[in-house]
Structure formats: C-alpha cells, structure tokens
Design a protein around this ligand. Structure first.
Ligand SMILES: Cc1cc2nc3c(=O)[nH]c(=O)nc-3n(C[C@H](O)[C@H](O)[C@H](O)COP(=O)(O)O)c2cc1C
Length: 183
C-alpha cells in the first residue's frame, strides 16, 4: 500500500499556536505507513464569489490541490467565541466551491486545543455540523479536547504533555484505519 497522506489544517495563525504545536507533535506520532503535512493557510484571501469567475488566487489553487491529493485531513482548531476560527472556515469554504468536490467523502479527524478547561468542546460541534455541509467523512471517536493548554505546552507552542501525545496517537491510528476501511 502507498504511503497514506494526511494533511493537517489549523485555524490559528499564531506563531506559538498550541494547535500548530499539537499538529507538529502529531507529525512525530503518525503510524508507520502514513505521513502528515501541515498546510499554511495564512496566504488564502477572504472568499469572494467574484473571484470565481477568473483565475483563482494561487494560494487557493494550491490549497485545493493539496486537499484533493490527500488521503485524509487532520483538523486542529482553537475555539473562537464558541465557534470556528475564520481562517479555517474560509479555507474550507473555498475548497467547498470546487466542482471536483475535493472534500466530499474525505476521511477527517479533528481535535481542539484551548487555554480554557473545556478544551474547545463547542467549536468541535460547530465543525461537525459544517462537516455535514462539506460532506466530510468525519471520525466520531475518539473525541479529543485538549484544555488548559498553558499547562501542557511550552511558551513556543511545543507539546510537552505525555498523556496528550497518547490521545493524539490513538486519534491518528483511528484516522488511518478509517482511510484503510475505504480503500
Ligand atoms: C478571538 C478569540 C476568541 C476566543 N474564544 C474562546 C472560546 O470561545 N473558548 C475557548 O476555550 N477559548 C477561547 N479563546 C482562547 C483560545 O483558547 C486561546 O487563545 C488558544 O491559545 C488559541 O489557540 P492557539 O494557541 O492555537 O492560537 C479565544 C481566543 C481568541 C483570540
């Protein structure tokens, strides 16, 4: 079997983002036979339907190609005011408009990291609802909410907490199994 390509997305552009740090940790935890590439969403402009008439911005085209080529998505998101950060929603809105429907049926796992105790529980349910519109093949279990991030990451966003690494490993294994089930 070819290497399973997982693409990692995060709704945080912060340099020392906990969510980005968790994705970087996940890169070292992916099961054998899989790889995780983290995408940078910072260059993707606001969605504007007027732009769809002509050549799309390069960052949008590149993003959609990466999504299309991926076997699976791993979304790591902060919770902004109980909901989805605009950077993440915007990128996925762009991809949702492609006629080839690169998101449809895509095996996807998600987790959230938050500085508060709930660990982003509310954004996950908004994201799951959004996932229905996108027709993602979302993994239901395990649910991974990483709260009190300030105690689990250093000031540069590096994940230190061993228990969190274990939970991410279980999530990654479940995602890879979901991909394999569909092959
Ligand atoms: C605009 C904004 C809204 C936020 N709203 C929430 C929230 O609703 N729930 C929550 O748990 N944390 C909230 N936070 C705090 C985030 O959990 C915290 O900033 C976290 O570090 C963001 O993730 P990051 O480190 O990956 O950027 C909010 C932060 C920002 C900037």
């Amino acid at each position: 079997m070819n290497t399973i390509k997982i693409v990692g997305l995060t709704g945080s552009l912060r340099k020392a983002s906990y969510n980005k740090g968790a994705l970087e940790a996940a890169q070292t935890l992916v099961p054998q036979g899989a790889e995780l590439e983290i995408l940078d969403l910072s260059a993707i402009p606001f969605f504007n339907q007027d732009l769809e008439g002509g050549e799309l911005p390069a960052a949008v085209t590149e993003f959609k190609e990466k999504i299309a080529q991926a076997d699976a998505l791993l979304i790591a998101t902060p919770e902004y005011n109980y909901s989805i950060p605009p950077v993440l929603k915007n990128a996925l809105d762009w991809a949702s408009r492609d006629k080839s429907a690169p998101l449809a049926g895509k095996p996807t796992a998600l987790f959230s990291v938050s500085s508060s105790q709930l660990g982003g529980a509310r954004v996950q349910y908004h994201l799951r609802q959004f996932g229905v519109a996108l027709n993602l093949k979302l993994l239901n279990r395990p649910e991974v909410f990483i709260g009190m991030a300030g105690e689990k990451f250093d000031e540069n966003g590096n994940l230190l907490d061993e228990e969190t690494k274990k939970r991410l490993t279980v999530l990654l294994n479940a995602l890879v199994n979901l991909v394999k089930e569909g092959k």
